[in-house]
Structures are given as structure tokens and as C-alpha cells.
Design a protein around this ligand. Sequence first.
Ligand SMILES: [Zn+2]
Ligand SMILES: [Zn+2]
Length: 398
Amino acid sequence: MPVRPEIDAIAPKMREWRHTLHANPETAYEERETSAFVAGLLEQWGIEVHRGLAVTGVVGTLRSGSSPRSIGLRADMDALDLEENNTFAHRSRNPGKMHACGHDGHCAMLLGAAYHLAKTGNFDGTIHFVFQPAEENEAGARRMVQEGLFDGFPMDAIYGMHNFPIIAEGDIVVRPGPMMASADFFEIVVKGRGAHGAWPHTGIDAIAIASEMVLAFNHIAARTIDPLQSTVISVTKFNAGHTTNVIPEIVTIAGTTRTFSLEVRDAVEARMQRVCEGIAAAHGAEVSFKYDRRYPPTLNHPEETEIAAAVAERVVGKARVLRNEPPVMGAEDFAWMLLEKPGTYVWIGNGPEHQGGCMLHNPGYDFNDRILPIGATYWVELAESVLSKHASEGVASS
Ligand SMILES: [Zn+2]
Ligand SMILES: [Zn+2]
């Protein structure tokens, strides 16, 4: 595996950074020590640093040569509200917080690449190292975009990477088009009229009405959306009633939807609302429908995906670049950046054997240190390839 020897040589440094971050996990918009740690290192290497974009976000800017081309490389910094089960020396020191999604490793890989690129400057153009807060639940990527990430730090394209357990250590998954799903949340309150359980005709039964809505959601997914367009509508809460002989007045139902396209997502929201209002009206109930659009689907741009695939093949070899893995129904905040800029998001295998193949968000998870130099090499190769000195000389002389 042609991990570069110079990058292999800094693997112990990356491991040290990773363990420091793992031991000190911080969650959404509270990544103060994490972002100070990242910014401090970048500055130490002569990289221009901007702090405080989306509260704790950090952008490091590195220039070389004179080309106007630019690229963004993004890592996420936040941890989860989870109690760690591990007992190794670098386990979390912050009770109830844990790096269980490997963002500690993502930071360490991007820091390794920044260190190397700052030292060698073997590219022509501008690299923005984007360290974003609040990937988990709180849409730190959207906030960075809203607060002017792409205006303040213009870039032609942006690239992301996430580790994935189960996939073999160091394999890289690339995929044009949908990679991860949209994730939206809904909450519906049905208001009927309470009644004695023995005299249902004197009330309006909110439980029966809400039940019809739940069944109708299955109809939307199974009967109104193209079956090739994967769609999930999951009701995960159904709250009503306190006792056996009273028909309650209020029912609250809530849940999540997942889709792989912006059009299907629009259709799901509109049809759910229509169904809820229609069923409520048919039975004389009232309904309030709230649909909270959280994360759009992660849609990789074909051209940048091909660039990433070619780079990955150089780093880990053709056989270890997986192009036919199916997308997953989980969601990813990086999707917001891909709606604004061309780019692509890849998975790097954390290894099935590592920590018993422990899945992300599990209290026994740990990022696999052996993939640090692979990920860092991928970043370096990607930057040097997109901002190739050779290509700009070619353009200039033609
Ligand atoms: Zn996660
Ligand atoms: Zn994650």
C-alpha cells in the first residue's frame, strides 16, 4: 500500500493528536478545546487560521504558487452524548461525552495532511482545511455555509471523508450520486374530542384517526413513490391516553423520514401533510403538522467522485477502492456543503476486526489508528492532484 513514507513517519504524531482529542471529547458548538487545539497546530505550521465560524469552526488556509484554483478539505470535530465503555488510556475524561463516531480520527488525518502540505508546498493554488463543529444532529455544516464559508473562503470544490466500521481497514468507498439519505423529523398533533370509552359516538376518537394517518404514511412510501427511489417514513412515537375507559382528546405522533433525492423528499413532506389534513378533516378532528427539515441527502458530484476514486486507487490500489457499495439510510451533515459546491464524500474502512467490528455510536467504538496515514495520504494526494503544479504549467503554456 503506497502510503507515503514521509506521512508514515508522522503516524505517531497523528496517533498522539487523535488520542488527545479522544480523551477530551466535546459536543455541538462546545468544541472549544478541540478547536483551540486544531487552530494552535495549524498556526504553528504557518497556516493562516480563521476561528469562530459557526461558533467553534476553524478554517486553515494554505497557499502555494499563483494558481487561482482552490480546494476545501473538511473534517468534523464533535463528539456524542454517550458514556464510553472502553478502558484504554485515551478513554474519555469527560463524563457522558465520547468520540464514538471517529471525528477525533478525522481531525487527526486532516491535521496530518495539513502538516505535510505546509512543509512541502508541493501544489499550486489554495487549500482550505475546514474543521466543522456539530456534525451530529446540530447541522454545523449548514451553519458554516450560512455564516459565509464559501464567500469568505472561495473554493472550486470541497471533499469530505468518514470512517466506516465493517468495511475492511483502509478500503475506500466511492460513489457518485446518493451516498447517504436525507433525515427529516415530523411531529403531528391530532386533536379530537375526549369521551367515555363506552360512549365513543359522543367524542371524536383521536387514536383511531391518528392510526389511519400512520397506515396512510405506509401507503405514501409503498404506493406513491417510485419503488426504485428508496423511501422510509418511520413513526417512532405514538403517545396518547392515560386510562382504559377514557378516549383521549390528544394524540401526538412523531418520527423520521429518509430519502435519496430532493424531489422525493419534497413529495414525502407534501403528501404527509395532505394525508394528515385530509384524514383529520374527514373525521372532524384538528391537526397540526410540523415537518422539520434537518439534513438533505448526501449527493456526490460525478466529476469530483471520479477524481477522488483515481486518487484513492493510487493510495490503496484499485482492488481496495469499492465502487459498488450501496448507499446507507443514515444522514450526514456534509450534505449541506455538497448542495452549494461540487465535491464528494468517501468512506474509509475502519476495519471489521478492529474492536470486534464495533459500529459507530457504540460505547465500545474506537477509531482505528492504523488508517491514519492512509487517510492523510489520500488528502495529500487529492490536494496535490487537484492543484497539480504540472496541470497549471500546462494551462499557462497552452
Ligand atoms: Zn455520527
Ligand atoms: Zn460521524
